[in-house]
Design a protein around this ligand. Structure first.
Ligand SMILES: [Fe+2]
Length: 291
C-alpha cells in the first residue's frame, strides 16, 4: 500500500501570477517562499509550500502533492504504482523544496506528486490576512466520483461520507475529508478549503474579505457531511475557495466521528446524505447552489 497521510500542496496554473500572489499573500495571509517569472511557492506557516503557482495560459488546478508515510520511499511508491498498472516517474528537483518525488496522472488527468520529505521553510504565520491553520481539503470534479473513490483507496484513503451517489468524501488522516470527488461533465477543481481556528476567526476573515471587496458567494452555514461551518468566495482567477472551521474529526480505529452536540446520530458514522440535508444544517437559503 502506498499510504499517504496529508495533502501538502495544491498546484494552480495562472495567466496572472502577480494578481494571484497578491491574493494569497495579502488576503489569505500566506508567505511567499520563492518566486521567479514562471513559478511561485507559498506557505501557510512551516512547509516550503502549500500553494504552488505556475505561469500558464489558462487558470485552474494542475495537480496536488500528497506526503507519503515516513516508512515509504519514492522508489517503493513508484514500484507499487507500476505493479498496479499506473505509469509513474521519479523526478529529482522538479519542485523546489522537494528533492525527490513520484509523479503520476490520475484517472481524470490531475497531476499527482507523492513525496517523502519537504524542506521546512518555517516563515511562521503572517501578522495580517486570513492566516489559516492549513490547507484543509481539495474538492475535484471528476468523471465518476465512485470510480475516483475506489481509485484513491490504493493510497490509503478511506471513504467517510457520500452526498447521494455523486459526491464522495475521503480522508487519509483524522480530518473528515482531505480529498473529495464530485461527478461532473467537466474536469476542474470544485473548491480548495482552508481551515480556520474557530468561529471568531471565520468572522474576522469575512471582515477581511469585505475590506478587500471580495464578495462572499455562500454561507456561512453548517454543512451536513463533515459538519464544518463553511463560507465560499473566489480567488482572482475564479477558483472557488472555502474557509471553514469546526469540521468533524474521524476516529478510524472506531469508524466514527468524535461526538459533537450538533450530530444527528450517536455515534455518527460515515453515511449517505441527501443533497438538501447535507448542504446546510441551518435551513439557510442561498442564491447560489454548491452542487
Ligand atoms: Fe469543502
Amino acid at each position: 500500500m502506498v499510504q499517504v497521510f496529508r495533502l501538502a500542496y495544491v498546484h494552480f496554473g495562472t495567466p496572472d501570477m502577480a494578481q494571484m500572489l497578491k491574493y494569497y499573500q495579502d488576503v489569505i495571509g500566506l508567505s511567499v517562499i520563492e518566486q521567479d517569472e514562471s513559478r511561485a511557492y507559498v506557505s501557510t506557516s512551516i512547509d516550503h509550500h502549500n500553494i504552488m503557482l505556475s505561469k500558464a495560459n489558462e487558470s485552474g488546478l494542475i495537480g496536488f502533492g500528497l506526503q507519503l508515510m515516513p516508512n515509504i520511499s519514492c522508489e517503493e511508491a513508484a514500484e507499487t504504482l507500476h505493479r498496479n498498472g499506473i505509469e509513474a516517474t521519479i523526478k529529482m528537483n522538479e519542485v523546489s523544496g522537494i528533492r525527490e518525488l513520484v509523479e503520476f496522472v490520475d484517472l481524470d488527468g490531475y497531476v499527482v506528486h507523492l513525496f517523502f520529505a519537504m524542506e521546512v521553510a518555517a516563515p511562521g504565520f503572517q501578522t495580517a490576512g486570513v492566516r489559516p491553520n492549513k490547507v484543509g481539503h481539495l474538492s475535484l470534479r471528476v468523471k465518476d466520483a465512485k470510480r475516483s473513490v475506489e481509485y484513491y483507496k490504493q493510497f490509503g484513503f478511506s471513504n467517510t461520507d457520500w452526498i447521494e451517489d455523486f459526491f464522495g468524501f475521503m480522508t487519509c488522516n483524522r480530518d473528515h475529508h482531505v480529498l473529495n470527488f464530485a461527478t461532473s461533465d467537466y474536469k476542474a477543481m470544485h473548491h480548495l478549503a482552508f481551515e480556520l481556528r474557530d468561529y471568531s476567526h471565520l468572522v474576522s476573515a469575512m471582515d477581511h474579505l469585505g475590506r478587500n471587496e471580495i464578495p462572499i458567494l455562500w454561507g456561512p452555514s453548517r454543512h451536513g457531511a463533515g459538519h464544518n461551518i463553511a463560507t465560499y468566495h473566489r480567488d482572482p482567477d475564479g477558483n472557488m475557495i472555502e474557509l471553514f472551521t469546526d469540521a468533524d474529526v474521524f476516529v478510524p480505529e472506531l469508524g466514527i466521528f468524535e461526538p459533537r452536540p450538533w450530530h444527528e446520530h450517536f455515534p455518527q458514522r460515515p453515511r449517505v446524505w441527501g443533497t438538501d440535508e447535507c448542504i446546510t444544517r441551518w435551513g439557510t437559503s442561498f442564491e447560489q447552489s454548491l452542487v
